[in-house]
Design a protein around this ligand. Structure first.
Ligand code: NAP
Ligand code: MG
Length: 505
């Protein structure tokens, strides 16, 4: 029997690190535009929810086209006339570093806010999301002023000196999802600023709070007015207006494939630069010659970390037939021992899904899996009646063609597929419209490298899973996206290359 959390365990604790007002709410009701904290032009707000209980925790400003316009104009002025793009790289680096220091000084407050708004375990917010976000600002601080062009000998004429300049793209519109709110903000804001761009960022409607607090810290650090603007609001209004705005030079988006396609179509009207980090259905392939215990342990964290709400989730666990029984025994017994609990309790390892909508979507896929004839071997149910908790769920005997093997569920649902050999594994691994990440478990170096070479994925993990690092490029093949974030690759996405030809003849 899967252990489940009791309703008492799921009750909200009062925030310890964040103040609540006389209405029992957190204080985040305004947006950051041009260095000022402002209401939406419409005066409207919407509710931020604590997914652990489904209760309202704040009223957030509902930004729309008029607010995006003011923010985009402010970012334009800050880029065209402000000190930011002309500042020495080392000065910009100092500010990025200062943001990181302030985040570190306020790490407990930020981590709690992240958990209150997202439902992920506080332990993860504190030990993973926040440290990685802080490190991201520091990593890109190091690049500030070190993004360099080249001198290139022209092919056709010797009597000329030609070189390239790397210049910021301009005003960057950034649209981010709810699964790693502050980390997604860091991945987008830090490289944009390091390269001298200005930013208008729209958080996901579900998760604005930690990004608004980050905005306060950026102001405190001394980021000039208009350099970072935060417009809270909905995708179809604020998000769409940002993509359409003529003063926005680039859109960086992370989210669903469907919205990614809408954004790309809309951005075509003004021919904005577009980078997209979209979904996945990543295979985690276990060969019989690997350390099966370790592979099972990582297979579970690969799908259940962040309640499965990860673009890189190892949602297709693939096992070689000859090791199937042994592997499934470990995987299933471990999965059954995993429990969900109060996200604010530091002992909790799995928290709540983001929303009722997402929970229903996930439960819908579980139903589809059962109907398609896959074998439910762990979980499968909602936990409790408050909040949006779903048991860690494992389907065995999944066929490659089933919906649960092809579509991104974005929840704690693993589909186990059995394969015969390397070629069969590759065929199945590459047989979806996605190509974000892949894992391979084997002690045979040839097999590992052959696999890494032939799998269609932006990241391949050998004998590990879900490792990302601020220094390593991250992005997708096929419908998983366009462009790369993090590492030196991110700098390409936030700069133009200008060619200068100096004729000497
Ligand atoms: P989503 O709609 O793609 O949301 C991502 C971001 O895009 C949010 O800020 C959203 O705003 C905004 N947006 C939505 N429609 C837009 C539009 N027409 N123009 C501009 N921006 C727009 O994702 P979701 O609805 O939150 O989640 C649905 C599914 O997407 C999930 O189940 C999962 O499969 C996938 N997803 C993937 C990732 C990833 O990291 N790859 C992250 C999140 C979700 P609103 O929040 O206000 O809608
Ligand atoms: Mg949405």
């Amino acid at each position: 029997m899967t252990e489940t959390a009791t309703n008492e365990q799921l009750a909200v604790a009062t925030p310890q690190k964040n103040q609540i007002n006389e209405h029992g709410l957190l204080r985040y009701g305004k947006m950051l535009i041009d260095g000022q904290w402002v209401d939406a032009a419409s005066g409207e707000t919407f509710e931020a929810i604590y997914p652990g209980t489904g209760k309202t925790i704040a009223h957030v400003a509902s930004g729309a086209a008029a607010d995006v316009d003011v923010a985009a104009q402010a970012a334009r002025r800050a880029f065209d006339n402000g000190p930011w793009p002309k500042m020495n790289g080392s000065e910009r680096a100092k500010l990025l570093w200062k943001i990181a220091d302030l985040m570190e000084q306020n790490i407990e407050e930020l981590a709690e806010l992240e958990t209150l708004n997202n439902g992920k375990p506080l332990l993860e917010s504190l030990r993973v999301d926040l440290p990685q976000s802080i490190a991201c600002f520091r990593y890109f601080a190091g690049w500030s002023g070190k993004v360099m062009g080249q001198t290139i000998e022209p092919e056709a004429r010797a009597n000329a000196i030609c070189y390239t300049l790397r210049e910021p793209v301009g005003v960057c519109g950034q649209i981010i999802p709810w699964n790693f709110p502050i980390q997604m903000a860091a991945w987008k804001i830090a490289p944009a600023l390091a390269c001298g761009n200005t930013v208008v960022i729209k958080p996901a409607e579900q998760t604005s709070l930690s990004i608004l607090r980050l905005g306060e810290l950026m102001m405190e650090a001394g980021v000039p007015n208009g350099v970072v603007n935060i417009v809270t609001g909905f995708g179809a209004t604020a998000g769409a207006a940002l993509v359409e705005h003529p003063e926005v030079d680039k859109i960086a988006f992370t989210g669903s494939v469907e919205v990614g396609k809408i954004i790309m179509r809309s951005a075509a009207n003004t021919l904005k630069k577009v980078t997209l980090e979209l979904g996945g259905k990543s295979p985690n392939i276990v060969f019989a010659d690997s350390n099966l215990e370790l592979a099972a342990k990582y297979a579970l964290s690969g799908i259940f970390f962040n309640q499965g709400q990860m673009c890189t989730a190892g949602s297709r666990i693939m096992i070689e037939r000859s090791a199937r029984d042994q592997f499934m025994e470990v995987l299933t017994s471990r999965a059954k021992k995993m429990t969900v609990g109060d996200p604010l309790n530091m002992k909790t390892r799995m928290g709540s899904l983001i929303s009722q909508e997402q929970m229903n979507r996930v439960l819908g896929y579980i139903e589809k899996g059962k109907q398609a004839g896959a074998a439910l071997v762990a979980g499968g149910e909602r936990v409790g009646s408050e909040g949006y908790f779903v048991q860690p769920t494992v389907f065995d005997e999944v066929q490659h063609e089933m919906e649960i093997a092809q579509e991104e569920i974005f929840g704690p649902v693993a589909s186990v597929i059995t394969f015969e050999d390397v070629n069969d594994a590759l065929r199945i691994a590459n047989g979806t419209r996605f190509g974000l990440a892949a894992g391979v478990w084997t002690n045979d170096i040839k097999k590992a490298l052959t696999f890494a070479k032939n799998v269609h994925a932006g990241t391949v993990w050998v004998n590990t899973y879900n490792m990302t690092d601020n220094a390593l490029p991250f992005g997708g093949y096929k419908e998983s996206g366009i462009g790369r974030e993090l590492g030196p690759a991110a700098l390409e996405m936030y700069t133009h290359t200008k060619t200068v030809w100096v004729e000497l003849g």
